[in-house]
Design a protein around this ligand. Structure first.
Ligand code: ADP
Length: 492
C-alpha cells in the first residue's frame, strides 16, 4: 500500500494524519504543545518541544495504523503561521523561545512603524497590515534582545524560520533551510509581487539576508526526512501555512472560490488567481498555495471572536454546558427574540477596525434566557462572517457564490443554516473538515505524482451537506438591521 502523510503543527497541538490514494483520511494522532505566558500579552513555545511533539505524533500514527514507514510516498507540512524561531546554524540550538503569532510584545514597535514613513512601503510590498502578528518584528526582537544575538546574526551564524522551516531543518538534519511562498508571505519581509525577500524591508527590520530560508513552491520536493526520525527516508514534498493549506484542502484552486474556518475565531480566504490583490480595509493580500510554480494569490480576513463567544458563555457566564449544546438550545426557540450579542471582546475587526469597541448583549427582556444567549452567540458568528465576506468581495472584485466551511464549529447545523440564510448563498460542509492537513497532503501528493493534477483532487472533494438559504430577503434585512444597530451601540 502507498500512503501520504501530513504533519499539521498547530498552536496547541502537533498532529499527523494519514491518507490513502483517494485522499481519504485513514488515521490521525496528536500530541499537545505547551504555550508559556511569561508576561501579559507574551506567548512563547519551546522549539524543541514543537519538534518532538511533531515527530512523536507521526511515530504514533504509523504504529496505530500499522503502516510501515516505507509505505509512505511523501509528507506535507502545514503549520501555525508567523511563529518565529531563530537558531544557530552550526549547533541547531535555538537562541530564544519561539515567539508565537499571538504574542503582542512588539505591538508598540509596530504601531510606531505604522505611523512612520516606513509604513507605506511595508504595506505596499507585503500586502499585510503592520501588526505584531507577522514575523519581521519578532525576528528583530530576538536579534536585539538576546545577548550576543546581533553580532552572531551579522556574522551569518544564525538562521530564522517559521515552524515549517524549523521542522524541515530537523527532519533533514540541518541539510535544508527552506520555506514556501505562503509562509514567506506572512513574514513581512517578502515582496508579494516578486516572491523574493526584499532588501528595503530587510533594512527596515534590520534582519540580515543570510538568516533567511530559501523560498520554494508549496508543492515541490524540498528535501528528504532522514530515516532515524520516521523510520524510513521520506520525501518532504509540500509546505503551506495553515489557512492557505485549508484553502487548498477545500479544493479552492480557482479565482472566486472561498472558504471560512470556524474555530476560536474565523479565517476567511478568497482565491484571486494569478492577480495580485491590493490590501485594503484591514484585509491582507497573501500567496495562495499552488499546484505548480505559477504564483497564485488570495485575500484573507479574520473574525477575532467566533467560537470563543460560546466558550465565554460556558466558562464565565455559565449558561452553556458545552459548545455543542448551543445547537440544540438555539434550535429550541423560533427566533432570537430580539437579542443580539456583539462579542467585541478585543474590539472589532473588518470592516470596522475599532480596537476600542467592547462586547455587549442587547434586546434582553424578562423572557430571554439561556437559549436566546446561545442563539445570539451563534448568530454573531454568522453576522461577522457576512461582513467579512462582503469585505472580501469588495476587496477582490469577485462575487462569492458559495462558501465552503470547516473548523471545529462547522459541525453546528444551526450555525451553518443560519450562515446560509444570512449570506443568501449556499454554505457547503465537506465530508473531511480537517482541511488543513488535507491541503498539505494534496500539495505533497501532487509534487510526487501520487496524484496527477488538481482536477483529480477536485474529484475527491465531496460535500457532506449543503445548506441552502431559506429565509426571505426582508427577513434577512431585518436581522442584519438589528445586528448593525447593536454594533453601533458597542462602539465607544
Ligand atoms: P481552533 O481555533 O483552536 O483551531 P477549533 O477549530 O478546534 O479551534 O474549534 C474550536 C472552537 O469551536 C471553540 O471556540 C468552540 O467553542 C467552538 N465549537 C466547537 N464545537 C462547537 C459546536 N458544536 N458548535 C459551536 N461551536 C463549537
Amino acid at each position: 500500500m502507498q500512503y501520504l502523510l501530513a504533519l499539521d503543527e498547530g498552536t496547541t497541538s502537533a498532529r499527523s494524519v494519514l491518507y490513502d490514494e483517494s485522499g481519504r483520511r485513514l488515521a490521525m494522532e496528536s500530541c499537545p504543545v505547551e504555550c508559556a505566558y511569561p508576561q501579559p500579552g507574551w506567548v512563547e513555545q519551546d522549539p524543541g518541544a514543537i519538534w518532538r511533539a511533531q515527530r512523536e505524533s507521526a511515530r504514533r500514527l504509523m504504529r496505530a495504523a500499522a503502516v510501515r514507514p516505507s509505505e509512505i510516498v511523501a509528507l506535507g507540512i502545514t503549520n501555525q503561521r508567523e511563529t518565529t524561531i531563530v537558531w544557530d546554524r552550526q549547533t541547531g540550538q535555538p537562541v530564544a523561545p519561539a515567539i508565537v503569532w499571538q504574542c503582542r510584545r512588539t505591538a508598540d514597535y509596530c504601531a510606531a512603524l505604522a505611523s512612520s514613513p516606513a509604513g507605506a512601503p511595508i504595506t505596499g510590498k507585503t500586502g499585510l497590515v503592520i501588526d505584531a502578528y507577522f514575523s519581521a518584528s519578532k525576528i528583530r526582537w530576538i536579534i536585539e534582545e538576546t545577548p550576543g544575538a546581533r553580532e552572531r546574526a551579522d556574522a551569518g551564524d544564525l538562521l530564522f524560520g517559521n515552524v515549517d522551516t524549523w521542522l524541515v531543518w530537523q527532519l533533514t538534519n540541518g541539510a535544508v533551510h527552506a520555506t514556501d511562498f505562503t509562509n514567506a508571505s506572512r513574514t513581512m519581509l517578502m515582496d508579494l509581487a516578486t516572491g523574493d525577500w526584499d532588501d528595503e524591508l530587510l533594512g527596515i527590520f534590520d534582519v540580515p539576508r543570510s538568516m533567511l530560508p530559501r523560498i520554494v513552491p508549496s508543492s515541490s520536493v524540498i528535501g528528504t526526512a532522514m530515516a532515524e526520525h520516521l523510520g524510513a527516508e521520506i520525501p518532504i514534498a509540500g509546505i503551506a501555512g495553515d489557512q492557505q493549506a485549508a484553502l487548498f484542502g477545500q479544493a479552492c484552486f480557482r479565482p472566486g472560490l472561498s472558504k471560512n474556518t470556524y474555530g476560536t475565531g474565523c479565517f476567511a480566504l478568497i482565491h484571486t488567481g494569478s492577480r495580485l490583490p491590493a490590501s485594503n480595509s484591514g484585509l491582507v493580500a497573501t500567496r495562495a498555495a499552488s499546484a505548480d510554480s505559477v504564483a497564485q494569490f488570495a485575500m484573507e480576513g479574520s473574525v477575532f471572536i467566533a467560537g470563543a463567544a460560546l466558550q465565554w458563555l460556558r466558562d464565565e457566564v455559565g449558561t452553556l454546558r458545552s459548545a455543542e449544546e448551543s445547537e440544540q438550545l438555539a434550535a429550541s426557540i423560533p427566533d432570537n427574540g430580539g437579542v443580539y450579542f456583539v462579542p467585541a471582546f478585543v474590539g472589532l475587526g473588518a470592516p470596522y477596525w475599532d480596537s476600542s469597541a467592547r462586547g455587549l448583549i442587547t434586546g434582553i427582556t424578562r423572557g430571554a434566557g439561556r437559549a436566546q444567549l446561545a442563539r445570539a452567540a451563534l448568530e454573531a458568528i454568522a453576522y461577522q462572517t457576512r461582513e467579512l465576506v462582503e469585505a472580501l468581495e469588495a476587496g477582490s472584485g469577485q462575487r462569492i457564490t458559495e462558501l465552503r466551511a470547516d473548523g471545529g464549529a462547522a459541525v453546528n447545523n444551526f450555525l451553518m443554516q443560519f450562515q446560509a440564510d444570512i449570506l443568501g448563498i449556499p454554505v457547503v460542509r465537506p465530508v473531511d473538515t480537517e482541511t488543513t492537513a488535507l491541503g498539505a497532503a494534496y500539495l505533497a501528493g501532487l509534487a510526487t505524482r501520487f496524484w496527477k493534477d488538481p482536477a483529480e483532487l477536485e474529484g475527491f472533494w465531496k460535500a457532506e451537506r449543503v445548506f441552502e438559504p431559506s429565509i426571505t430577503a426582508p427577513a434577512r434585512d431585518a436581522l442584519l438591521d438589528g445586528w448593525r444597530r447593536a454594533v453601533r451601540r458597542c462602539r465607544l
